[in-house]
Design a protein around this ligand. Structure first.
Ligand SMILES: [Zn+2]
Length: 467
């Protein structure tokens, strides 16, 4: 028999651990026990491991009656399950803290979120299996969802999507702190808490399926527009580049440039937005695959960070917002904004969003919006032409007028700073994996595939003109 000393006044024998509680109460009264017992229990539990040999509690043959429970629960860690706590002897209750019963059950809203996610998983599989279903889904349910989110967030003067991403580390830190403080009493409460967090994560998947994923699985834009996409030759690229250069040169007559530098967008983002909304309305008037939304493109605060990541704009599907990097030169902004607005209106694939942005912008009544579209499309075509035939590329470039050449040189100077950033490699890899997971085999190269659509479009237009 061993005797331990706790504090200055109290002794206990190691084979009758529980007696300590009673003696403590006898010595110091119930009030005192209520205050100090948890601390004392911790000390006891440290000194007497639960599987202590010779413990008379361990070999009890039958379940104890509620009255006797107090004597049987001395090895329980504190706190304990709420229903068990209720059944304990009041004297022993003083030694434990009950777990909040709400923490032991998954809240009803989480079950609802899991149910919705299960339905969305089925929808996701059906979208992958049927182009017609995806087209219908994108035109109806997704269009309504995207419009709803865009309308809900439109009035905010800042990007809610960006705010959420900024707050993510803070949220994770607070969530962890809260979990450690309140939800780690038992494995069950910790599991329930993880279940709540997971229900939020799967809800992001649900929003993605309901509002956006059908766009990746529906019919392609060339089918919707009746264009025939074929393998593009260097000559066709050259012809397209020359057409684009003609338009660019024409538009520069109404555009102001800094001396030997960038062009100047002659209005605010809000004004640009009005031009783009109007252009989208005109474009979508006879097309059922573009949903009608009057939306405000959000300039992001972290534009400089996005520049290092080579991101000029982002559509955050979970808030329905089209966001743009305003750190990039003016001439990229209207076209990028239109690209993100195309995502917001149901065009998911990158090359298709690029091409819709192009068609929308060249239909605008504003020359700077048109200039932005022609010049950005020219860059894609010129890149492809440079890879296909350098001689033809230089022949085409010779047609560009001097303000636009100065704009291109200014862009190269601007871009040098961000060219080789590590952030861009990381974001490129992430974006590449995301696009490939959505069936875009070319990954980030799919942006450039807009060239095929542009060639097909100008080819179809010139044949119409010839007819
Ligand atoms: Zn995009």
């Amino acid at each position: 028999m061993r005797w331990y000393r706790f504090g200055a006044d109290f002794f206990v024998c190691d084979c009758e651990k529980l007696k300590m509680y009673w003696r403590y109460i006898e010595f110091f009264g119930k009030m005192q026990a209520g205050k100090d017992a948890p601390k004392m229990c911790r000390r006891i539990n440290q000194r007497f491991p639960r599987n202590m040999k010779g413990s008379p509690m361990k070999h009890r043959p039958h379940a104890p009656s509620p009255d006797a429970l107090g004597a049987d629960q001395s090895n329980l860690p504190s706190p304990i399950k709420a229903d068990l706590y209720r059944r304990l002897d009041p004297k022993v209750q003083a030694a434990y803290r009950p777990v909040d019963p709400r923490y032991e059950r998954l809240p009803r809203f989480c079950w609802v979120l899991y149910g919705i996610a299960a339905v969305c998983l089925v929808l996701y599989i059906v979208q992958g299996a049927s182009v017609a279903f995806s087209d219908w889904f994108n035109r109806t349910i997704s269009a309504a969802g995207r419009t709803l989110l865009a309308t809900l967030t439109n009035w905010l003067p800042f990007s809610l999507g960006e705010f959420c991403i900024f707050m993510l580390p803070v949220g994770l830190g607070l969530g962890l702190w809260y979990a450690i403080r309140h939800r780690c009493d038992t494995w069950r409460t910790a599991g329930v808490y993880i279940g709540i967090l997971l229900s939020v994560v799967v809800s992001i998947f649900s929003v993605f399926v309901l509002n956006f994923s059908a766009g990746y699985r529906g019919s392609t834009l060339d089918v919707k527009l009746g264009l025939s996409q074929e393998k593009v030759s260097a000559e066709e690229l050259y012809d397209t580049a020359v057409i684009l250069i003609d338009h660019i040169n024409q538009e520069t007559e109404n555009i102001a440039f800094y001396p030997d530098d960038f062009s100047i967008m002659p209005y605010s983002i809000r004004e640009m937005n009005r031009h783009l909304n109007r252009a989208f309305e005109d474009f979508a008037a006879d097309k059922d695959f573009i949903n009608h939304t009057d939306s405000y493109v959000k300039p992001v605060l972290s534009s400089e960070v996005l520049s290092y990541m080579h991101i000029t704009g982002v559509y955050s599907f979970f808030t329905g917002e089209a966001n743009i990097n305003v750190g990039f030169p003016d001439y990229t902004i209207p076209y990028t904004a239109a690209h993100e607005m195309a995502h917001q209106r149901g065009i998911a694939r990158e090359n298709e969003a690029n091409f819709v942005a192009f068609l929308v912008c060249i239909g605008s009544e504003d020359s700077y919006v048109r200039y932005s579209a022609y010049l950005n499309m020219y860059e894609y075509v010129a890149n492809a032409l440079y890879s296909a035939d350098k001689e033809l590329y230089y022949k085409a470039v010779a047609n560009l007028n001097s303000p636009v050449r100065a704009e291109m040189s200014a862009y190269n100077r601007f871009y040098d700073k961000y060219k080789e950033s590590t952030a861009s490699k990381v974001s490129g890899t992430v974006n590449n994996s995301y696009l490939q997971s959505q069936g875009e085999q070319a990954g980030i190269r799919s942006y450039g595939m807009v060239v095929d659509l542009a060639v097909a479009y100008f080819h179809a237009n010139s044949s119409t003109a010839d007819d």
